[in-house]
Design a protein around this ligand. Structure first.
Ligand SMILES: NC(=O)C1=CN([C@@H]2O[C@H](COP(=O)(O)OP(=O)(O)OC[C@H]3O[C@@H](n4cnc5c(N)ncnc54)[C@H](O)[C@@H]3O)[C@@H](O)[C@H]2O)C=CC1
Ligand SMILES: O=C(CO)COP(=O)(O)O
Length: 333
């Protein structure tokens, strides 16, 4: 019998993953916005978040969270980090015991600093948890471009079973049991993408971009490994892979925030003009607190944090990045 999937969150990534899964299994996507539900069911579109895409006819949406959750054999969470816990609590009373819960979210909980899989373990103890993460810009995937991703869970057997739900012709899904490393890679690269965007907004060149990506990868690896991730995970799809996509694509929302900061705009104005979420802005203070807790130097992330807080200009941060004295490449800084 085919596994039935419930997916919560009708934004760009939730809708994209639901479209991919609908090729392999019956799926119900829950969106809080009734217009989005109607648009998906009647027009096979999500005009608000994916205006150019046609969705598979097999994809059915509901505005009733219970309907998406009650029969699910697997629950997938496509809700941004700031509302993740609340939605999970709402889903809890409908969810059957032991159903695995997979997060698509690349952010940390602001009030606790927790990863989304830690939030799931707190709200739903006993449920197997995992993430689907990698270099996956929603609009490109909906346009039919090939991509690779990673499903990560600590349980080697369950992760292989769930891999088949997400894998399809142009969407190649690998497995990885380093859940902490995979999840953190997806969170931390957003901040480096803001830094790269700032450089691009200020007219920096390709050499500068390359330096920022490489040094950025070194600092997110240092923090990720200090917290407990495996070093090799950060050189894979969920680390370096996602860094390259997010730091270089005009489709990235985090890079876009950086570009606009580089042009001298204020963070509140940039966010107000955006329909979609840029998780890196919200994660920056939490990441700096983690860097302090684990005694890891993160000069690029710190600059991004100061600029998004409004306490340092993008020009000053950029000058700092290029004028800092260079030690050994293996050192921090
Ligand atoms: N868009 C992309 O290319 C990718 C996004 N992600 C991650 O996926 C997560 C979701 O991002 P997107 O779908 O892109 O965001 P989005 O900004 O396109 O959509 C967010 C969705 O969440 C819904 N939402 C927010 N609060 C809610 C609540 N309390 N109850 C119900 N629905 C609520 C919104 O209505 C909207 O449908 C983020 O953490 C993002 O970093 C990961 C990989 C790729
Ligand atoms: O995570 C993503 C690509 O892998 C999407 O990045 P943005 O949230 O910056 O658009």
């Amino acid at each position: 019998m085919k596994l039935r999937v419930g997916l919560l969150g009708g934004g760009s990534w939730g809708t994209t993953v639901a479209s991919l899964v609908s090729r392999n299994a019956p799926i119900k996507i829950w969106a809080r916005d009734n217009d989005t539900v109607r648009d998906i069911n009647e027009n096979h579109r999500n005009s608000k978040y994916l205006p150019d895409a046609t969705l598979p006819e097999a994809l059915q949406a509901t505005g009733d969270i219970g309907e998406a959750v009650k029969d699910a054999d697997v629950l997938v969470m496509g809700i941004p980090s700031n509302n993740f816990r609340d939605v999970l609590k709402e889903a809890k009373s409908y969810l059957r015991p032991w159903v695995p819960v997979i997060s698509l979210t690349k952010g940390l909980e602001l009030s606790t600093g927790k990863r989304m899989t830690e939030v799931i373990e707190e709200v739903l103890p006993g449920h197997p948890v995992g993430v689907l993460t990698g270099p996956n810009l929603a609009r490109e995937i909906m346009a039919g471009q090939a991509a690779a991703s990673v499903i990560s869970m600590e349980d080697e057997i369950i992760v292989k079973q769930l891999q088949q739900l997400f894998h399809s012709g142009l969407f190649r899904v690998y497995t990885n049991t380093d859940l902490l490393g995979c999840e953190l890679g997806g969170v931390l690269k957003n901040i480096i993408a803001i830094a790269v965007g700032m450089g691009d907004g200020l007219g920096a060149g390709d050499n500068t971009r390359s330096a920022l990506i490489t040094r950025g990868l070194a600092e997110i690896t240092r923090l990720g490994v200090a917290i407990g991730g495996r070093p090799e995970t950060f050189s894979g799809l969920t680390g370096m892979g996602d860094m390259i996509a997010t730091c270089t694509s005009p489709l990235s929302r985090n890079r876009h925030v950086g570009v606009e900061l580089g042009k001298g705009r204020k963070i509140d104005d940039i966010i107000e003009d955006m329909l979609m979420v840029a998780e890196g802005v919200k994660s920056a203070p939490t990441v700096m607190a983690l860097a302090k807790k684990y005694n890891v130097a993160m000069p690029i992330a710190e600059d991004v944090y100061e600029v998004t807080k409004g306490t340092r200009s993008a020009v000053r941060a950029y000058r700092g990045l290029i004028s800092a004295s260079a030690g050994s490449e293996a050192d921090a800084g």
